[in-house]
Design a protein around this ligand. Sequence first.
Ligand code: SF4
Ligand code: MG
Length: 325
Amino acid sequence: SKVLLEVANLKKYFPIHTGVLSVNKSYVKAVDDLSFKVREGETLGIVGESGCGKSTTGRTIMRLIEPTEGSIKFDGIELSTLSKKEMRNTRRDIQMVFQDPYASLNPRHSVEKILEEPLIVHGIGSSVERKRKVHELLEIVGLSVHHAKRYPHQFSGGQRQRVGIARALMTNPKLIIADEPVSALDVSIQSQVLNLMQKLQEDLRLTYIFISHDLGVVRHISDKVGVMYLGRMVELADSESLYREPLHPYTQALLSAVPIPDPEFNREQILLKGDIPSPSNPPTGCSFHSRCPYVMDKCKIEIPKFVEVQSGHSVACHLYNEPQQ
Ligand code: SF4
Ligand code: MG
């Protein structure tokens, strides 16, 4: 299938205000030189700890946050240079699902009104057509017409996220960016929502970017997974390959904390020393070096390049960047 989204060398730097007299400007490099592609109908999982830049990445693609540098090509259109008005039209095709549906759904609006809103914003359909679409979407996400007149507080967490998903689908988008869509839900409800998202993807030929702090959650839904650390992609691979043979020491540590059902497979948990450093003052060289069990001298000086070391499997780590003999 064709490439729907291509992000190249994307950067988002937030200036730090250190005082009126400061001469040297400093920045938090929330997203630093990110490149990836997502094909039509595919799911890219983006995983990392809080503060790694994964949410900023999603919001920058949507232009809810302005990129500092880099290219965001969606369906043949360069989004980074579109005017706000042009971007509004494109936003029909890219929608977001948020972590906390309760915070993202207006508590004073009925579900019908909440779902109708994106259509009104984009000037789609007559009132009758909009209502019909609302009812259709309620059914599609496993709710019913009877829920239309209810308010967000009358729903369970799982039902609210179904409403959030229905709202994202109202404009028939091509790409859904889901930012921790199941993290606020009970574990038993998580798999229901994940199954729904998977079914919708097949039925509606959707493309997903699925953002999560949890490698376990994205495992089954993702075709490809990218792991981020302090604003950079440190590993990107087909799901299969990433879970079978994680290359980056950070991915190895994250994965060792994910419980696996196979008792034959005895994997020891790798405990990382220290906390994730402040993004405003990241370590020199490889930003993971302060926590890496394999740190070498050169890691403290040189930023490792992001290189494809096996077909479809890229990693940024000096352990793999030695010239091949
Ligand atoms: Fe560890 Fe060095 Fe690889 Fe960074 S580059 S992950 S510090 S071995
Ligand atoms: Mg986040």
